[in-house]
Write a protein that binds this ligand. Structure first.
Ligand code: FAD
Length: 515
């Protein structure tokens, strides 16, 4: 399994401090850190930890400027570190500015809230009052003025550059949140303008606070169209503007001309699921991934039997593909020994007739990547299991654990990406057994997949043409998103379920490109 330390695991976005890494993480670093000192036996700490995890996810995009860390002072090996910071009560929070020296004991934060919004605002206040030098990656957070904007335009520093202005009341944090949300993106600058900046406000005719304007020249500007005037919607819309990409990712559309690829690009609809991806996933899983085990026995054989049996029940395939799966399932049922040879399994799978076959092709469509090493199989594995959870729901299954446990065991015993398997097992071990209905099962997989997306956003493995987003984004499902009275983003779970059920429904699968 993965690293587990006290209340946090390495799948949270929280840096887990140990005597070995504490100096490297906290001192003389280019970002500021907010550290939670806790004891795993302390009830308040247990109650606080969900907020800390949520906050870490929420400000993940800010990590070049500020990060969250945590250390378990109840672990004997950490006691010296906690003493060095004179920690007496738990949980304690300390802010360590960027470029701090290693004799600095941190600024204690007193009377902090458990509320994620308040904690986030506290971090912004800390960044704004950060002494010089601040984190180099932190963009200016202060309000801008008409004069500054005009000289900006005159110096034509914004040629080819989007300038987004967030108009807001002085007390609002939305502008600064959006500025930080975009901090890893290039070809865009975001600034906040206060409602009291009358000249600019009247020049653009701004009447709503907050609202966002894209500003090109003195006379050329437009209001950013969003579904709701709120942080998540602004950030998503700005990150999706043409030419705006994450640092280090090419914005060049000619990337898609894949002369290095032996295959032609297949145009596809990004809002749909393709049968070709599902069949290719099955082919790859059954003929390549599992093939690396010449003898299959024990827990591995159990995992395989259950996998095939669930496929037989729920794979919404074309009739011949369903027949091929059924043949393998029937064969597996009558194998009474404690092990099977892969070659025997394979022989059954490859016994084809006109009404029973699984095509021997890998043809990614919705899962195509802009480069060979992007997307493909792992994308199709997610797609396959989402489809199976939805199909279980649609056919009225009464076992909420069935598909999830099959996925868990398949990933654990066969999935070739071992770090993925460890992470997935950690997530499953945490709470999959609390899933009590078939609809919750579909939602559990949805929410875990979003956790993975959040963790992987901006990583090298992210295809620049298919950025990892919290899914479904507002342009795919408006009604899935809402705002709490606090202004905080929230998912409308019933709408998400409806959306998932439609999106992964067998009736909506596209059959293009099938052999
Ligand atoms: P994917 O994340 O593969 O998603 C495929 C498609 O599913 C998307 O295009 C979208 O249409 C849809 N989708 C996206 N989010 C959701 C959602 N929340 N609910 C429903 N549908 C959604 N890679 C790592 O580097 N490290 C890991 O630890 C890791 N763990 C993994 C664990 C598992 C079980 C799997 C199957 C994959 C894992 N991967 C991991 C691979 C990674 O998650 C992606 O599959 C891969 O990077 C390809 O990404 P993608 O852009 O094609 O989208």
């Amino acid at each position: 399994g993965g690293v587990r330390a006290g209340l946090y695991t390495d799948t949270d976005q929280v840096a887990i401090l140990t005597p070995d890494n504490v100096d490297a993480v906290l001192f003389n670093s280019s970002y500021a850190t907010l550290v939670e000192f806790y004891a795993s036996w302390c009830g308040h700490c247990v109650a606080f930890s969900p907020s800390w995890k949520l906050l870490a996810l929420d400000i993940k995009e800010w990590r070049l400027a500020v990060q969250l860390a945590a250390i378990d002072c109840a672990a004997e090996s950490n006691i010296k570190v906690c003493m060095r910071f004179s920690i007496r009560g738990y949980p304690s929070l300390k802010f360590i500015p960027a470029f701090s020296r290693d004799d600095f004991m941190g600024e204690e934060i007193r009377d902090f809230s458990r509320n994620v919004t308040k904690l986030r605002h506290l971090i912004i206040d800390k960044l704004e009052s950060h002494k010089s030098p601040g984190p180099p990656a932190c963009p200016p957070l202060e309000k801008t003025s008409t004069r500054e904007i005009d000289s900006y335009v005159e110096n034509s520093r914004i040629q080819n550059q989007n300038l987004a202005l967030v108009f807001e009341e002085e007390k609002s944090y939305v502008g600064r949140e959006v500025i930080l949300d975009l901090l890893q993106y290039v070809n865009i600058t975001v600034r906040r303008v206060l409602s009291s900046e009358e000249e600019l406000v009247s020049r653009l005719g701004v009447t709503d606070f907050p609202s966002v304007y894209l500003f090109n020249t003195h006379t050329n500007f437009s209001r950013l169209k969003v579904l709701r005037e709120a942080r998540v919607f602004y950030s998503f819309a700005l990150q999706s503007l043409p030419g705006v990409v994450r640092q280090g990712k090419s914005a060049n559309a000619s990337d898609l001309i894949r002369n290095e690829m032996e295959e032609q690009w297949r145009p596809f609809n990004k809002t749909r699921v393709y049968m070709s991806d599902l069949e290719s996933a099955l082919h790859y899983s059954l003929r390549v991934e599992i093939a690396s085990h010449s003898v299959i026995s024990g827990t591995q054989l159990t995992a395989l039997r259950r996998y095939i049996s669930v496929l037989n029940k729920y794979f919404p395939g074309r009739p011949p593909v369903k027949n091929a799966v059924k043949a393998v399932n029937d064969w597996l049922q009558v194998q009474k020994g404690t092990s099977i040879n892969y070659s025997d399994f394979r022989a059954i799978l490859d016994t084809t007739s006109t009404d029973s076959y699984l095509p021997k092709v890998v043809r990614w469509v919705g899962c195509q990547g802009s480069k060979q090493h992007f997307r493909g199989y792992p994308c199709a594995v997610w797609t396959l299991f989402h489809t199976l959870t939805v199909q279980a729901l649609e056919t009225g299954s009464s076992d909420p654990q069935e598909v999830l446990q099959v996925m868990r065991q398949y990933v654990r015993r066969f999935f070739g990406c071992r770090p993925c398997a460890d992470h997935f097992e950690n997530m499953a071990a945490e709470n999959v057994d609390q899933v009590l209905s078939v609809s919750s099962a579909a939602l559990w997989l949805w929410s875990r997949h979003n956790l993975v997306n959040s963790r992987l956003a901006g990583e090298l493995s992210e295809d620049p043409h298919f950025p990892k987003v919290q899914w479904p984004p507002p342009d795919l499902c408006v009604s899935c998103h809402s705002l709490k009275s606090s202004g905080e983003h929230t998912w409308v779970i019933n709408e998400v379920l409806t959306f998932l059920s439609n999106y992964y429904s067998p009736q909506h699968l596209l059959h293009d490109y099938l052999s």
